[in-house]
Design a protein around this ligand. Structure first.
Ligand code: SF4
Length: 387
């Protein structure tokens, strides 16, 4: 298995560490995570082994992201030991963005203060809502008051680069309900907001409720209106809508880590179910923590499988990811990468989008307007059919 990942590739810029543990599963969540927290010590040990397995000659790392699951279930000592292992095995830029996801139901001021001391410089706080009815419906483990306290504590602890995750479009959610919730989020003065539409993911409890007729999801039209309203309200408040679900107070506060994904920069993912991408090949680790631990125990890379992206896949991903962001599709980069003019190749599609004010073309990029972003999936489908 060790040849699945090229150790000679020098271009990994981002490191992702997956912490697949949660106190309780939320109703809508399809991320891989387990509620058996007794596995955490063995898992941390295995993570450190995997980091060492994949060390080698790499370009300096620009971003490190602790995601989950619930990274804030780890003790500070465990976080420090992971960070030290990364620093011992990779070269890290001095201004590396080190992001840590926290769940408001698992942290207190002391914990956040220690996170700051050990070098975490960006927090993604999984608030989801400041409305207790929404939080209960979503089966979150925290209340609105706890969410407010977590944000206040994070600021008190010295964090300035704070992002809040919010969810909208619950079955009973009206526009005014969402705008009140969003207003509360804005009043906390975060420099970044990620606002996600509630989606009904396969095999989640929420999907079961929908199938049984216990829950009636909002229709596409209502969702689109909420999406547009979110973008308009936040743009009036000087948030830059730089990715379909992401809003930053300035360019400096964009998520550098996620921006690298959207730019198809190579990244390394450690942990169960984590993905890695070296520019050509995408590989993914075992989802099952048990299989992951077993491979590490046998000193094997815990990789379940991999795929080499075809030219068509790369082209489609470049288009799909570009259309998500305000950076859009970089025309020169596209030409250099695919020996193909984006404008010539997709003129029929882009002309229609321009006519309908859904896209805009400048000398160096093609981007979607807000109207275009509302129809992102359909537009990507149209490109896919022509590739
Ligand atoms: S806390 Fe996050 S990762 Fe865990 S179940 Fe809820 S949404 Fe999923």
């Amino acid at each position: 298995m060790s040849d699945l990942l090229s150790r000679s590739s020098p271009d990994y810029r981002a490191v992702y560490i997956h912490i697949p543990f949660c106190i309780k599963k939320c109703i809508y969540c399809d991320f891989y995570s387990k509620t058996d927290l007794s596995l955490i010590p063995d898992y941390i040990k295995a993570l450190k082994t995997e980091i060492k397995q994949r060390s080698g000659q790499h370009a300096p790392i620009h971003t490190i992201y602790f995601g989950g699951g619930t990274p804030s279930l780890l003790s500070i000592e465990e976080v420090v030991s992971l960070l030290n292992t990364i620093k011992d095995n990779f070269s890290i830029l001095p201004d590396t963005e080190i992001n840590f996801e926290i769940n408001p139901g698992t942290v207190n001021f002391e914990y956040l203060e220690k996170l700051k001391t050990i070098g975490i410089n960006r927090l993604s706080i999984g608030v989801q809502s400041f409305n207790d009815d929404k939080l209960q419906f979503l089966k979150r483990i925290h209340t609105a008051d706890q969410a407010v306290k977590a944000v206040d504590d994070a600021k008190q602890a010295g964090f300035s680069n704070i992002s809040l995750d919010m969810i909208y479009g619950l079955p009973f959610e009206t526009q005014s309900m969402w705008l009140e919730d969003l207003g509360k989020a804005v009043n906390m003065k975060p420099v970044h907001l990620s606002c996600y539409m509630l989606t009904i993911e396969p095999l989640t409890p929420l999907e079961k409720h929908v199938k049984k007729g216990m829950v009636k999801p909002l229709g596409q039209k209502s969702m689109s209106l909420l999406f547009k309203k979110t973008a308009l309200v936040l743009s009036e408040l000087q948030f830059e809508h730089y990715e379909i679900s992401s809003f930053a107070k300035s360019r400096a506060y964009r998520s550098k880590h996620n921006s690298q994904y959207w730019d198809m920069t190579p990244y390394l993912g450690f942990g169960a179910s984590a993905h890695s991408f070296d520019g050509k090949k995408r590989s993914w680790n075992h989802k099952s923590i048990i299989k992951y631990l077993k491979d590490i125990d046998f000193d094997r890379l815990p990789v379940e499988d991999f795929e080499i992206l075809t030219l068509e896949q790369k082209k489609l991903e470049t288009i799909m990811l570009g259309l998500r962001t305000s950076e859009g599709i970089n025309l020169l980069k596209f030409k250099n990468q695919f020996q193909l003019s984006f404008q010539d190749e997709f003129e029929n599609i882009t002309d229609t989008l321009l006519d309908q004010s859904m896209g805009s073309l400048s000398s160096n990029k093609f981007t979607l307007s807000l109207e275009g972003r509302v129809c992102l999936n359909d537009i990507v489908e149209t490109f896919a059919r022509q590739i």
